[in-house]
Design a protein around this ligand. Structure first.
Ligand SMILES: [Zn+2]
Length: 134
């Protein structure tokens, strides 16, 4: 359910943005999702298709970029890649240090943002690109 709601929030924000900016058609949406968010990109894509059907972003290509998850250990000072073993439906589990097993904190990998949108404005066939953060 988390994934569905998160995508719903994105779609609502995008439609709102499109309305305010006189957008006719959205071509590409670049989304950046951190590994620590632990959502399945395939689920995000499926929900996105479902929620945008028939809207002006319904035919947009959704590109999902992965943001590596980095943790820092509070005990031994280890800083590095942290790979969670499973997708937890959006729940960020408190990570353990891969080196000593101690308590670590996530320092990178919690993003869930729109990084860019390619679109046509009404009456224009010149694709424009914007950067956008929800
Ligand atoms: Zn450690």
């Amino acid at each position: 359910m988390y994934e569905f709601n998160a995508v719903l929030k994105l779609v609502e924000a995008l439609l709102d943005w499109a309305k305010k900016n006189n957008v006719e058609e959205v071509l590409v949406i670049r989304l950046r999702i951190g590994e620590a968010v632990m959502v399945d990109p395939d689920h995000v894509k499926r929900n996105f298709q479902l929620l945008t059907k028939g809207t002006l972003i319904g035919d947009a290509i959704l590109q999902i970029e992965n943001e590596e998850s980095i943790v820092k250990c509070k005990e031994c000072g280890y800083k590095g890649r942290y790979l969670s073993q499973r997708y937890g439906g959006g729940v960020i589990l408190s990570p353990k240090c891969p080196k000593c097993g101690g308590k670590a904190e996530i320092v990178q990998g919690e993003e869930y943002v729109i990084k860019g949108i390619r679109y046509y404005k009404k009456g224009s066939r010149l694709a424009e690109e914007t950067f956008y953060d929800v």
